[in-house]
Design a protein. Sequence first.
Length: 134
Amino acid sequence: HSFDPHAGEIQFYVALAWFQAGKHEHAISFFEKAANKELTASFLFAYLAQAHKAVANSELAEWLFREVVALSPDRDFYWYELGNLLLDNRQYYQAALCFQRLVRRDDEKPVYFFKLGMAHKWLGRWAQAANNFE
């Protein structure tokens, strides 16, 4: 076999196609192959995290999303996805930290305030939740 410098990229696009088709188990396999080919862009790990979330492997999804935000701390979408996963997993304090970060960075997105309010609601911080919901 000859070395293909684009092998990781090809594996990524195969994975992306399976992901979009809703075949998350297949997508995970190809995302992992792409990662093993040294394609380590944060978007690869974000898709891999989303695929693991879709098949209810939330611990690995959380670990991957934390890696993604470490690689790309300025990408709000990744923080949003991590916050949503943490809300789903009832890790409300950690979710609140993600959404607080987003609100500080961009106070023009109502969804960030809503998600922060949901985290505060589940933590029993009703006054803060009400403030976020306004």
